[in-house]
Design a protein around this ligand. Structure first.
Ligand SMILES: [Zn+2]
Length: 151
């Protein structure tokens, strides 16, 4: 599911960028540089620059159209759904999620990263930059058609 979405966005990234030889500083539409013969090519997005790989193009296309998920807030919400009760410590009362976050930041961080993995493999969230930024798969689905052939 997430893989299909990723593949569709990467196809869009291919359409919206051109092979580019950085050495000769020109595009290489055939996939091999006409001037130097290199196939070690970057991808060029005219409005944005050039870099190796398609993932950054995908991230660029998606971030132009969608708001990234606030991962901290989303995880906090998910914990609050599982533990809706408040916890009493001595004379104070606290949300369980906030209590864990404040009292054991390490455990919180580990749980958050496990939650992220599960959200990603479960097809709810997708990243194009190795986990710096996440988007909702449902949102990305909405823009797939837009990422089709460039005008
Ligand atoms: Zn070249």
């Amino acid at each position: 599911m997430t893989n299909e979405i990723r593949a569709a966005v990467l196809r869009g990234a291919e359409i919206h960028s051109r092979p580019f030889c950085y050495q000769c500083y020109e595009t290489a539409p055939s996939g091999r540089c006409d001037r130097c013969g290199s196939d070690d090519l970057m991808r060029l997005v005219s409005s944005c620059g050039c870099e190796y790989g398609l993932d950054w193009v995908a991230e660029h296309l998606v971030s132009d159209r969608l708001t990234a998920v606030d991962v901290d807030a989303a995880f906090e919400e998910s914990v609050a759904e599982i533990y809706p009760e408040r916890v009493k410590i001595g004379w104070i009362e606290y949300d369980v999620a906030l209590a864990i976050k404040e009292l054991d930041p390490t455990s919180w961080r580990i749980a958050k990263s496990e939650w992220l993995d599960a959200e990603e493999s479960g097809g709810a969230l997708v990243t194009f930059d190795n986990g710096s930024t996440y988007y909702r798969v449902a949102d990305v689905e909405q823009i797939i058609e837009e990422l089709g052939p460039a005008p």
